[in-house]
Write a protein that binds this ligand. Structure first.
Ligand code: SF4
Ligand code: SF4
Length: 439
């Protein structure tokens, strides 16, 4: 059978060779731990601890601020230093709980769990919500909300996003190889919420070892299957993934559930397993540390709240002072302004590059080559939309389907004039979406 894919897309150097063969190493932090109250889409969490309180690893420190929100747990034992404004990985100062790590990792007592087949749908959803789980691939949408569509019986597919199409990042790759059973267990939990759904592990075919391992583990799971995707960026973008797997198309005004699909990424499914099967809240994740400025790139199991500086130290430090630091992938990640920012629920990687290639290549005029149109997976016209964005012409931008942009950056990547198309379109799109919500 041919490989599943979508129209458009690009084939950048994947850079995964730097870290893919490095097994996940646990990293125990030394410094203070910092927990932003907002690590998710929705209302910020509300602190339930105060300066001077002693806390345990796995203890609730901030409770969900509403239905679309998520609680935050301490990942260490120690003393609360207070509520402070600190940088998050995207370079914004936000309200954070700061905890002095006592280095003992004394753990809270957790409630005993019942076997999965004795739990009701509501109990499972409540356990996922209480554990603080959000979309850990980067979106940060509270998982309980995603798993609560209006008509659960109409969900046909639970798609595990195992594409990991962003260059350099290998955290999901290592998880798929090293924690295959936990990943499949997370899928089993989600499938128990949707009686008519099939679970699909959708993996890019550059990870043949993961496909093989997953096929072995799901061999006796009649409701699960593994599908190979063409290796192409942005194969892991939600809409492109759904189309590749099901040939169902969604647009910006639809949810995946409208097409009978729910998509969860690898780290999220493992967190669901930990919450529902082991009764543990979300306190850690795997993070890739890579890029040509890093001495020994690798993958680390990191306690949430750990300073990024400690991750770089764990990877042997910098070979040379990097010109560019990125939280997340090089295509859709955020330029970091400081290493003094904590790992959050959505931090999949930190990348450090010797050169800032974008800053060294100033934009020139469009030569109308059409390459941006050819690669755009949303089938829109990036060159024209960027012009509308620069003129702040919101009406024309919306009329020309600017809201359908998935901000993948493929257009900027291929543009010979080095136009910052994604940045221009993405900025206008946020304004247009905000105005649409107001109406
Ligand atoms: S216009 Fe948007 S969706 Fe299309 S290639 Fe550019 S960033 Fe990606
Ligand atoms: S790729 Fe760049 S130069 Fe070519 S049409 Fe698009 S914006 Fe213009």
């Amino acid at each position: 059978m041919g490989l599943l894919t979508f129209k458009g897309g690009i084939h950048p150097d994947d850079g995964k060779r730097f870290s893919k063969d490095q097994a996940v190493k646990p990293l125990l932090p030394k410094g203070d731990m910092v927990y932003p109250l907002s690590q998710h889409i929705g209302a910020p969490a509300n602190p339930v601890v105060k300066k001077g309180d002693h806390v345990l690893k796995g203890q609730l420190i901030a409770d969900a601020g509403g239905f679309v929100s998520a609680p935050v747990y301490s990942s260490v034992s120690g003393t609360v230093k207070g509520l402070e404004q600190r940088f998050n990985p995207t370079g914004t100062k936000v309200e954070c709980i700061v905890i002095e790590n006592d280095g003992e990792y004394s753990e809270a007592e957790y409630e005993p769990v019942k076997p999965l087949d004795e739990l009701s749908r509501e109990e499972i959803l409540e356990m996922i919500a209480r554990a603080g789980i959000v979309g850990m691939g980067g979106a940060g949408f509270p998982t309980r909300v995603k798993l609560s569509p209006k008509e659960p019986d109409k969900i046909d597919y639970i798609i595990a996003n195992c594409a990991e199409c962003e260059p350099y990042i290998t955290a999901d790759y290592r998880r798929m190889l090293e924690n295959t059973k936990d990943l499949v267990s997370g899928m089993r939990v989600v499938l128990s919420l949707f009686p008519n759904a099939k679970g699909i592990f959708a993996v890019e075919d550059n990870k043949k070892d993961c496909i093989e391992k997953l096929n072995q583990v799901v061999a006796n799971e009649p409701r699960m299957d593994v599908k190979a995707l063409m290796t192409k960026y942005p194969q892991g973008a939600e809409r492109q993934l759904i189309y590749a797997v099901t040939k169902r198309a969604i647009n910006s005004s639809m949810l995946p559930a409208d097409a009978g699909c729910i998509v969860d990424n690898v780290e999220t499914l493992i967190a669901i397993h930990n919450a529902v099967i082991n009764g543990r809240p979300l306190t850690e994740r795997v993070v890739t540390v890579s890029g040509d400025a890093v001495e020994t790139p690798g993958n680390f199991r990191v306690l949430l709240g750990t300073n990024h500086r400690e991750l770089i130290e764990a990877a042997g430090g910098f070979k040379t002072e990097p010109e560019k630091l990125i939280s997340g992938g090089p295509m859709m990640g955020f330029a970091m302004v400081t290493l003094d920012a904590p790992v959050t629920k959505t931090s999949s990687s930190i990348l450090a590059f010797k050169e800032d290639v974008v800053a060294k290549n100033p934009e020139t005029a469009c030569i109308n080559c059409g390459r941006c149109v050819e690669v755009c997976p949303s089938r829109i016209i990036p060159s024209r939309l960027a012009d509308y964005a620069r003129r702040q012409d919101e009406e024309s931008f919306v009329a020309m389907n600017g809201l359908e942009c998935v901000e993948c950056g493929s257009c900027s990547y291929v543009c010979p004039a080095k136009r910052q198309l994604k940045q221009a379109i993405g900025g206008m799109r946020k304004i247009a979406l905000a105005n649409k919500r107001k109406k």
